[in-house]
Design a protein around this ligand. Structure first.
Ligand SMILES: Nc1ncnc2c1ncn2[C@@H]1O[C@H](COP(=O)(O)OP(=O)(O)OP(=O)(O)O)[C@@H](O)[C@H]1O
Ligand SMILES: [Mg+2]
Length: 366
């Protein structure tokens, strides 16, 4: 049995005409770090709150550590939670804030002290233990909120967008700290975010949701390389995967502006016999520019650069091709300017084909 089991979990809010979370099924193993991602309103927080017990489960069964918890009170579920809008007590010092929950749970004072000392050390808050929240930076406050949760020493850690109030640089460093904390504590973790970079960098496995329905569950690179549908392909990765309306006939792929590309045998095989109108998808780094030396790539297409984005480590080149806007990612040594002509090809092994109606990825159909 897995540590957390979602069996057909549904949530229907009173008065809603359909389920906000529908038929959510997954098993989470002990010590796993799972990220829930998806656009705003897709049901991530609702699902997390059902695990915590703050939201009633209206369908299905939820098990934690072998026990059905549908009717169990939050305090008995063995969970600790960090919210997006964690409120620290303004009149209490860092150490008091961290220990407050334990005091409420009637934990003896010497044990509280031991746990608070441990949390303060692990979170690097030694210098600040007697400060009040208003005299702390955003990242330090965030660490205090984490401290409050970790002293409870629970089996399951739930985090709902804990970094969304922080600036970009702090988010990156807190990301690393949370990953480190997870390795040290080993608590089974569910982390909600709508930031796909956070999910990719932190999680063992990612759950991508859309409108209350799981789209795909997998390791970060599985989702990146083998998205089951166009939604997942577009959600994971930045810049977004390029999409083109095409018509495939035999081994020819025709774009809406009449351009044609010959498909290799390998690609035709990947199509599982599908022909006709479909969506062709390719990531920016898999558009190989100026004979990048990749043998299986045919460098037979041309375009004029309309825009460039210099990222430092790499450059994004924008151009129009096949009736759509496209972006290619090239190394920082590939120097290009607006107006330059590029010659490029699509890396055959990284070409994706999606159904125009359902969005499903033809190559990932089992
Ligand atoms: N108490 C409630 N009663 C009715 N509908 C609700 C309630 N809470 C949330 N919803 C609705 O349920 C849907 C999912 O909300 P939820 O908060 O789970 O989304 P989310 O994925 O966490 O989004 P975000 O990224 O914006 O936090 C939304 O359409 C929301 O309006
Ligand atoms: Mg939310």
């Amino acid at each position: 049995m897995s540590f957390i089991e979602f069996k057909n979990i549904c949530k229907k809010y009173p008065g809603a005409d359909k389920n906000t979370v529908n038929d959510f099924c997954m098993n989470i193993e002990e010590k796993e770090f799972i990220a829930f991602v998806g656009p705003s309103g897709c049901g991530k927080s609702t699902t997390l709150r059902m695990v915590a017990g703050f939201e009633e489960i209206t369908g299905g069964e939820l098990y934690i550590d072998g026990k059905k918890v549908n009717e169990m009170a939050p305090k008995d579920r063995g969970i600790a939670m960090v919210f997006q809008n964690y409120a620290l007590y303004p009149h209490m010092t860092v150490e008091k804030n961290i220990g407050y929950g334990l005091k409420n749970m009637k934990v003896p004072a010497d044990e509280i002290k031991k746990k608070v000392d441990w949390a303060i050390k692990i979170l690097g808050l030694e210098e600040y233990r007697l400060r009040k929240p208003k005299n702390l930076s955003g990242g330090q406050r965030q660490r205090v909120a984490l401290g409050r949760a970790i002293v409870k020493n629970q089996k399951v850690f739930l985090m709902d967008e804990p970094l969304s109030n922080l600036d970009a640089k702090l988010r990156v460093s807190m990301r690393t700290e949370i990953s480190k904390l997870h390795r040290e504590l080993g608590a089974t973790t569910i982390y909600v975010t709508h930031d796909q970079v956070e999910a990719m960098t932190m999680a063992d496995r990612i759950v991508i949701m859309k409108e209350g329905i799981i789209q795909q569950i997998g390791k970060p690179m599985e989702l990146y390389d083998h998205p089951v549908n166009q939604f997942v392909a577009g959600f994971i990765g930045s810049p977004q995967m390029n999409f083109f309306d095409v018509i495939v006939e035999e081994n020819r792929m025709k774009f809406s502006d009449g351009k044609q590309v010959t498909l290799s045998e390998e690609v035709v095989k990947k199509l599982n016999g599908k022909q006709g109108p479909m969506i062709f998808g390719i990531r920016g780094e898999d558009i190989k520019v100026d004979a990048a030396g990749i043998e299986e790539c045919k460098y037979e297409q041309e375009a004029i650069i309309t825009d460039t984005e210099v990222m430092g480590n790499e450059n994004n080149l924008y151009f129009t091709f096949g009736g759509s806007q496209a972006v290619a990612r090239v190394s920082k040594y590939g120097v290009h300017d607006i107006g330059d002509k590029i010659v490029f090809g699509f890396l055959p092994s990284k070409m994706h084909f999606f159904d125009r109606e359902t969005g499903e990825n033809y190559a990932e159909i089992n």
